[in-house]
Ligand binder design. Sequence first.
Ligand code: DP6
Length: 356
Amino acid sequence: MVFQATTSAPVNIACIKYWGKRDTTLILPTNSSLSVTLDQDHLRSTTSSRADPSFTSDRLWLNAKEEIIKDGGRMSTCIKEMKRLRKQLVEDTDPNAPKLSTYHVHIASYNNFPTAAGLASSASGFAALVSSLAALYSLPCPPTTLSLIARQGSGSACRSLQGGFVAWEQGSQPTGLDSHAVQIAPESHWPTLHALICVVNDAKKGTSSTSGMQRTVETSPLLQHRIKNVVPQRMVDISKAILDKDFDAFARITMADSNQFHAVALDTTPPIFYMNDVSRAIIAVVEEYNRVWVEKTGKVKAAYTFDAGPNAVIYTEGENVKEIIEIIVRFFPQQETFKDPFGLFANDGGLKEGGK
Ligand code: DP6
């Protein structure tokens, strides 16, 4: 018999940023966070895992290159925890179930986007790993339980096991059993919300999230203010904005939180810079776009957010997507072949009259 499963998981983009751990082994955060899981096929990790009695060790291939699974490392913790759940929930309750928890696994994972470029590849990667092992092991677990394990691979991964709008509740137990992801609303709740990914630079980032956030915890006084006085209220306010589909409130909180996260990175010693000049120019363009709309309607129409890298994500509603792409492409002409998903451009690169 062949025991094998393939699943995929998308990237999520945080509106309230996770930045800081109170427990670096269990990956318990210093604040709750909230993200939107992207539902298109462009930014996904797809993972196949196979268990076989002939395998002599657990092995992993990432984008076709074998990676070492370090003993006691995050990958090995996730695999060990999934085997433990298989034994406890399936094999111990059904004497006829194959003893897959005693077999080694081979895992192959593929990202259809640049790895480690601040595009949340560790989030989709560990979420796909955990969901593929959950399928292989036929685990009868809800996503919230699986999120406890994905979290130990990479904190933000716990939010990629569910679609739509997902909060990672920081929890308070030292065991971490209450530090898990919960869905605030499914993606069908707000189908007009779009995320535009602006890839400013797809090179591997200079300071990893893991080391950067630890330096921030150790040195930034602003982080302490953020954790205590800012994030708890923002979690309440953005959840309400999402449930009410109040784009203006959602956007203002998202931009403020991105800016505070980068302020906290700058408040770290030595300071960490994730945004570059192009990132800051994107902020200026979106702020100006919003200023015009606020004058007309009192409401903003777009929200930028940046993770641990220079790439921008712009949230907006469907009716503004075309206009925002036009503006971004005009200010930041594309060097590479532009895919033109909305059919806006003529063959010579100029805008088509009216577009699509
Ligand atoms: C800026 O989840 O990559 O994207 O837990 O150390 O693996 P580790 O960090 P990671 O950090 C993500 C940081 C962020 C904000 C966010 O996604 O909430």
